[in-house]
Design a protein around this ligand. Structure first.
Ligand SMILES: Nc1ncnc2c1ncn2[C@@H]1O[C@H](COP(=O)(O)OP(=O)(O)OP(=O)(O)O)[C@@H](O)[C@H]1O
Ligand SMILES: [Mg+2]
Length: 717
């Protein structure tokens, strides 16, 4: 752990004495500190007290002042959804000049507040009042250029990078791998977000402690589940979701409606868990819909919003007094938050243009009265923010790895690969379905093209078989599209808080996809190669397997690239099917390369089917020992071919005489290489075709990476 503290970029800025002591503390802590206290974050240990005595850090105070955020009203509604990134949720507007003022919509207007360590700060309001927008603004998910006002922690502004390492944002949707158990899900999250320096036993202990803290002990070995597989309950899933985000023990925790969709007792349990997390030393800010009495008792501060403006900010028990002074006392036995929300709705309804303006104005007067302006909002701490974080780490806070990513690249790839394998291993249906498709296609092809002979007709049938077989590989890959799309959301969520690098995801994606492809290739080759009677023996068979594998590799690369570009399954399928049809059209089977018009020739070279198709043709026809057209067979497909054999022999004799060559019924007219020439397969050798196919696979994965890099800024503008 000392290495880990050494990695803190600000650590060297500490006074030498302090630095030495902290290192000592942490090193000792590795053996002394019980993880139970580690999990509790603020758990003061004997070692921790040394630093406390030196410089007692104040509890964390998260403060935001006069936040203002507006968007341009969209001119027209786009009919199609675009890339799955969060940055296009809102249109941007950084200027609010008089000219376009009429076209701007103010989503946050002058919002201020203070959230303290150990407390829950809740944001309430009707639907559309701006709760999620406020949480987004606070969690640094709105770009700083668009947002006005200040956001500070312990009086210091927080930059984006620091925010990512010390905060967690729990989204409303539970995006989890369905076939992993609760424990595995949390363990993988721990492996991503806790630094490598932390021994595996401590990561495990952290997960176990978290399972207890989240009340998930009974469900620890149950799978998460999905529509097709029964898994944990909705409330448990919610808590797992929260667990995956707080595994690194964040200082700031943002939650958007953590209780939505839960029954009242599950909702209460979730808020209880959140309260425990706050008490273990975090600042918690969350939005919540209609909290019950019991939940209100757990909240420390409530902020009511109406159309982006504050209508009340203070402790929940101050609501009574506030509304009494406003002239609308809360009736006894009425839930104060429900009363407040109803009143706000009523005011908004009655006065459509200015909304709850009277309440907003009353609130600013009320706030001025109750707050004490003489008292500074944050008593100057002897420690800077970074020192305070370091002190918090030294007292046992876990994960605050100050590096951009907690783990090195190779470790991320390893963990991601392990997770995907575990998940796919438990969903064998997918693989079985693919294998089934391949085998059925193989079986149909094998029986249709059963034992082809070496005649001109046989040659034509072989060409048909190859074109069909090689394009099948690509069509089969298309079924991975929904899987990729589903996973993409988990990926977006995880990379938004730097759980791992995007490149690690792309690489592990390729690693996981590969082994099943080997089985599929072997299965297809075994079913078809011998049944169709392809030439070349065992070496050619091996090449046949390799080129099928390469086609699968290129095909899955192509589909994963497409899944990053198109956001929807239906659009995805349409695009894949259309493009594959074009690939086949331009592969050289329907029309030879030398017959394709110049203005389309570029598509021929882009066709993924072209290369494997040419490769298998060469694999089949590269030997000049086999003759595919003898004597009168040369008339096949011509009007002479339809005449009787004696006539054909006479024509052959006439030709022979004219050419002064000795053509007999057994003379070989066309061998394999002649067929290749006829098909215009002359440019690349079969091995080069194999290399090009493999290279396509790599190229698409690289493009996939580029799209991921460009696509996810994860911020509103
Ligand atoms: N791009 C945009 N252009 C115009 N208005 C927008 C845009 N994006 C969001 N809004 C509006 O901002 C307001 C606040 O949205 P927000 O998602 O913060 O509401 P909310 O309080 O979280 O609601 P809910 O409880 O339903 O989640 C809504 O009225 C919404 O319609
Ligand atoms: Mg919302």
């Amino acid at each position: 752990m000392s290495g880990f503290v050494g990695k803190l970029p600000f650590f060297h800025q500490l006074p030498p004495n302090h630095k030495k002591k902290t290192e000592e503390i942490v090193r000792k802590g590795e053996s002394d500190v019980e993880l139970g206290s580690v999990v509790m974050g603020t758990g003061s240990t004997a070692n921790g007290d040394q630093i406390d005595n030196m410089k007692q850090p104040l509890p964390f105070l998260f403060e935001f002042t006069n936040l203002y955020y507006s968007v341009k009203k969209p001119k027209k509604i786009m009919p199609l959804p675009s890339l799955p990134s969060f940055n296009n949720r809102l249109a941007s507007d950084t200027t609010t000049s008089a000219v376009d003022l009429s076209r701007t919509k103010v989503l946050l207007n002058n919002i201020s507040g203070k959230a303290r360590e150990g407390e829950i700060f809740a944001v309430l309001g009707a639907s559309g009042s701006g709760k999620s927008t406020l949480i987004d603004a606070l969690a640094d998910r709105i770009s700083r250029e668009s947002l006005r006002g200040s956001i500070t922690l312990n009086g210091e502004p927080i930059d984006s990078r620091l925010m990512k390492t010390i905060s967690a944002y729990v989204m409303q949707d539970d995006l989890l791998f369905p076939m992993l158990t609760v424990e595995e899900t949390l363990m993988f999250s721990a492996e991503f977000r806790l630094p490598q320096a932390l021994p595996a036993s401590k990561k495990k202990a952290r997960v176990e402690a978290l399972i207890d803290q989240l009340g998930l002990r009974n469900a620890a070995s149950t799978i998460i589940g999905d529509e097709g597989h029964r898994g944990v309950s909705g409330g448990e899933r919610r808590r797992v979701s929260i667990g995956t985000d707080i595994i690194h023990d964040p200082i700031l925790l943002f939650l958007d409606e953590p209780t939505s969709g839960l029954d009242s007792s599950s909702a209460f349990m979730v808020v209880q868990v959140i309260k425990k997390i706050a008490e273990s030393g975090s600042v918690v800010i969350m939005t919540i819909h209609q909290p019950s009495y019991r939940i209100i008792s757990l909240l420390n501060h409530v902020l009511f919003l109406s159309r982006g403006q504050t209508v009340y900010s203070g402790p929940p028990n101050g609501l009574q007094n506030f509304f009494t002074e406003f002239g609308q006392p809360i009736p006894e036995h009425e839930n104060p938050t429900e009363f407040a929300l109803d009143l706000i709705r009523e005011l908004e309804y009655n006065d459509h243009s200015s909304g709850a303006k009277s309440l907003v104005e009353f609130n600013s007067m009320y706030q001025a009265k109750v707050s004490n302006p003489a008292k500074p909002s944050y008593a100057a701490s002897p420690l800077t923010l970074r020192d305070a974080i370091a002190a918090s780490v030294s007292r046992g806070r876990l994960g605050a790895s100050m590096d951009e990513f907690a783990n090195p690249f190779w470790l991320e790839v390893g963990v991601l690969t392990k997770r995907s394998f575990t998940n796919t291993k438990r969903m064998p249906e997918l693989f079985v379905m693919r294998l089934g498709t391949i085998m059925v296609t193989g079986f149909i092809l094998a029986t249709i093209f059963w034992r082809l002979d070496a005649s001109p007709k046989g040659v034509q049938e072989r060409l048909g078989f190859f074109a069909m077989a090689m394009s099948t590989m690509f069509y089969v890959c298309a079924d991975a599209l929904p899987v990729f799309l589903q996973e993409r959301y988990i990926y977006l969520r995880e990379t938004s808080h730097n759980a791992y690098r995007k490149a690690s995801y792309v690489i592990s994606n390729a690693i996981v996809a590969f082994p099943p492809l080997v089985f599929l290739s072997l299965a297809f080759a075994l079913i078809t190669f011998f049944a169709v009677g392809l030439a070349g023996g065992s070496l050619a068979f091996l090449f046949f397997v390799l080129i099928i594998l390469a086609s699968f590799w290129a095909g899955t690369g192509f589909v994963s690239f497409l899944s990053a570009v198109v956001p929807h399954v239906m659009i995805g399928y349409t695009v894949v099917v259309a493009i594959l049809a074009y690939f086949l059209l331009f592969s050289g089977f329907f029309i030879n390369r030398d017959r394709i018009p110049d203005y389309w020739i570029w598509f021929h070279y882009l066709s993924l089917v072209k290369y494997p198709y040419e490769a298998v043709l060469q694999n089949e026809f590269d030997s000049s020992n086999t003759c595919f057209s003898r004597g009168v067979q040369m008339f096949f497909g011509t009007p002479i071919g339809k005449m009787n054999e004696t006539v054909q022999e006479k024509v052959l004799a006439a030709i022979s005489q004219t050419l002064k060559s000795n053509l007999t019924a057994t003379s070989c007219i066309a061998t394999g290489p002649d067929i290749l020439k006829e098909q215009a397969v002359t440019q690349l050798s079969k091995w080069n075709c194999l290399i090009v196919t493999v290279a396509w696979g790599f190229l698409f994965r690289f493009l996939f990476y580029i799209i991921l890099l460009l696509g996810n800024k994860n911020k509103r503008k």
